[in-house]
Write a protein that binds this ligand. Structure first.
Ligand SMILES: Nc1nc2c(c(=O)[nH]1)N[C@H]1C(S)=C(S)[C@@H](COP(=O)(O)O)O[C@H]1N2
Ligand SMILES: [Mo]
Length: 206
């Protein structure tokens, strides 16, 4: 699989390019470990019945089986993790399916402005189309060359490198195109609607 292209998330290059003083956003601390964080329990998912659904403001909704999802074009992304609970883990190599591949699967209607990403058990998170279709955003199936472990989102998790890690939904089941922004799970529980770590968009004052 050496033909898989690797994209470096822009945030990993800014210090080298003299665009930023630090690779660690304000108020964050480095960790070597990879903590496990989520609401509820780790699901036991059967890839035989797992599906990935693209729906909402699209011309025709699409449902993929696990095999169909795994046959989509692949990409590798090198990126940093910044969790709102203040830990950061630098230099992660992900592999999976770029969010841009969704554009080849469905025709997104022009009135769509945002997505709601859906995950197992009703978890959701909201993103603008710009954030969702960023070139370093992917549905990851591997981390450091190995399949994700169940607690880190196996079989498929979203990775949104430029935003706090709560946007990186684990156990993803689909993506819904919507017109206007609406809060997902953590966003309804006080987290920021956007979540840029460099602006410390941690919690919402709504
Ligand atoms: N399905 C689901 N995905 C989720 C969450 C969750 O509660 N459910 N929590 C988010 C939060 S708050 C964080 S910090 C990261 C943690 O990912 P990790 O356990 O792989 O470190 O997952 C995110 N994705
Ligand atoms: Mo989190």
């Amino acid at each position: 699989m050496n033909d898989v292209k690797t994209i470096k998330s822009p945030d990993t290059l800014r210090v080298k390019r003299g665009e930023r003083q630090d690779r660690i956003p304000p108020g964050q601390k480095l960790t070597e470990k990879w903590p496990v964080l989520h609401h509820g329990t780790v699901p036991s998912i059967d890839t035989e019945s797992w599906t990935f659904r693209v729906f909402g403001l699209v011309e025709e909704e699409k449902i993929l089986s696990f095999d169909e999802f795994m046959a989509l074009p692949r990409v590798r992304v090198f990126s940093d993790i910044h969790c709102v609970t203040t830990w950061s883990k630098l230099g992660n190599l992900w592999e999976g399916v770029s969010t841009s591949v969704i554009k080849d699967l469905v025709s997104v209607r022009p009135e769509a402005g945002f997505v709601m990403v859906h995950a197992w058990g009703g978890f959701t998170t909201n993103l603008s189309l710009k954030d969702f279709f960023a070139e370093d955003c992917l549905f990851a199936t591997e981390h450091e060359g190995k399949p994700l472990t169940p607690e880190h989102g196996w079989p498929v998790r979203l990775v949104v490198p430029r935003l706090y890690f709560w946007k990186s939904a684990k156990w993803v089941t689909g993506v819904e195109f919507i017109k206007e922004d609406a809060p997902g799970f953590w966003e309804s529980h006080g987290y920021h609607m956007h979540g840029d770590p460099w602006k410390e968009e941690r919690y919402s004052r709504r």
